[in-house]
Design a protein around this ligand. Sequence first.
Ligand code: B4P
Length: 216
Amino acid sequence: MAAALGDDAARAPAGKQVIGLIFGPPGSGKGTQAGRIEKEFGMSHLSTGEILRSEVAHGSAVGKEAARIMAAGDLVPDDLIDRIVESLLRRTDSSSSVLLDGFPRTVEQAKALDRMLADLNRNVDFVVALDVPEPMLVDRLLHRAAVEGRTDDTREAIMERMHEYRLRTAAVLDHYRRIGVPVAEVDGVGAVDEVFDRVRDEIKRVLEGKPQARGI
Ligand code: B4P
């Protein structure tokens, strides 16, 4: 994980490293695009889904609490996830740009993140929101189930995750729009590289301070 934006990438304002969010419904490609953003812009990638899966795999107390909730397609409690993210952000070098993936997933988490970042003299600089129609999301996740066998990729858990997204997560975008954070909505349909071209253009636009094609 590089500490600063790469030479070929757009740069953050002088002396300031950025905090970005990759946002979208389950299966929209957050993790997939985050890997590419991490490389292109030299950001530290922090995925709450990956952290939780690692806790489950290690059988930790957090993992034991999260395993059943995740397998059912529900969201783990805000206070648990907030504590994990806060401790990781505190350990992150303030000169690092950070890409949060899968967090925040509720307005309460978004407000907790605002408080954590204010304590660290930082703030969310941009949100990239991937837009993919629900039937395609379900197909992608069922395909992943066949390939990877993730416990939360059963049809029942997928439908519950979609429900939770509509009920609790979608409103997070309005929170950021309300407080004036640039929100770029990106069409997440197409080959992974095509989607990344759109994502990269939007992030560069934000970092260069130009108006966005969609969003804001
Ligand atoms: P996540 O790990 O965030 O799971 P996700 O939403 O399915 O991931 P993502 O959208 O990143 O999908 P991916 O790129 O892999 O969370 C899992 C669970 O953890 C949650 O349900 C919840 O229980 C818990 N959790 C995590 N964070 C939490 C929080 N903050 N609060 C509470 N609970 C939390 O892509 C999906 C599939 O599509 C892959 O197979 C990929 O190969 C494919 N794909 C990607 N891009 C594609 C493209 N362009 N075309 C075709 N296929 C594509």
